[in-house]
Design a protein around this ligand. Sequence first.
Ligand SMILES: CC(C)(COP(=O)(O)OP(=O)(O)OC[C@H]1O[C@@H](n2cnc3c(N)ncnc32)[C@H](O)[C@@H]1OP(=O)(O)O)[C@@H](O)C(=O)NCCC(=O)NCCS
Length: 256
Amino acid sequence: MASPSLPAPPYAPRPAASKITVKTTSPIVPPNIDRVPIRTERLLLRPFVASDTEAVYEIRKQPEVMLWTLTGEIDKDIDQSRVCVERFLPPKDLATYHFVVVYLGDTGKSEDTNGVVIGIGGCHKIPGDFGWPELGYMFRKEYWGKGFATEFMRAFTKAWWALPRNEIQIEVDAVSVEKWCQGKGEKNDGDVIRVPEVIMAMIDAGNGGSRKVLEKAGFRVFDKWTEADSRTGFKGSTVKLDVFLLEEPAAKDGNS
Ligand SMILES: CC(C)(COP(=O)(O)OP(=O)(O)OC[C@H]1O[C@@H](n2cnc3c(N)ncnc32)[C@H](O)[C@@H]1OP(=O)(O)O)[C@@H](O)C(=O)NCCC(=O)NCCS
């Protein structure tokens, strides 16, 4: 979100992020065609197909939804939404783990998987800017406040941590693994420290709904800063950002 043409502080942009190489795990993401749709009480999470473009446009043309994105702009036409959907279709499906969220009704008994598309969500960047997979989601405003994002998150994170995994060595944001490095001597004769895998999400600190969804799913803030607001209509303003992470389920303390 940073812009080079801003006045000097009072805003406090994030200092240049330092990176650290770590050993961790990484999911082996299946292609869309091999993804089994996920049923929850009221929802179906399924992979994207090209014909979802229209439903995605219905979400992405709502200013109240898009206000919380990087640009703050609605999709001006369906072609812009098509570009969004293509990020989650083959061959790009292998670098994302993103789902269409379908509302099936409140009874949860229906075998009918034709419902209304109310949202999209999942990992849209693997890896993201912090080196870790990055999570995002958006729901149509008519469906806010009914617990759908919470229900989605519970199912998504369960599916995410159940994926098969590889051992990898990657470069990640140093702050994201600070807790695991303390006293562990990352300078220890060039040894590469092993850390639990995490998934992360970045929000505008004023996005109360998204904050609640993340906190309820067990995410915690690991970094925050203020920077130039990149959204259309916010020129000259600053925005406070909070970055959350969720550790792999086995990682309960800093001693793994
Ligand atoms: C953020 C968003 C996904 C939340 O979806 P949702 O389905 O309304 O969320 P839920 O109903 O599961 O609500 C979760 C909690 O947040 C609370 N909440 C919802 N909107 C809120 C708001 N604007 N301010 C404060 N709390 C809010 C709910 O009351 C609920 O708390 P509770 O369980 O204690 O009752 C939805 O508002 C949205 O799509 N916003 C636009 C896009 C966006 O912000 N995406 C995230 C970018 S990082």
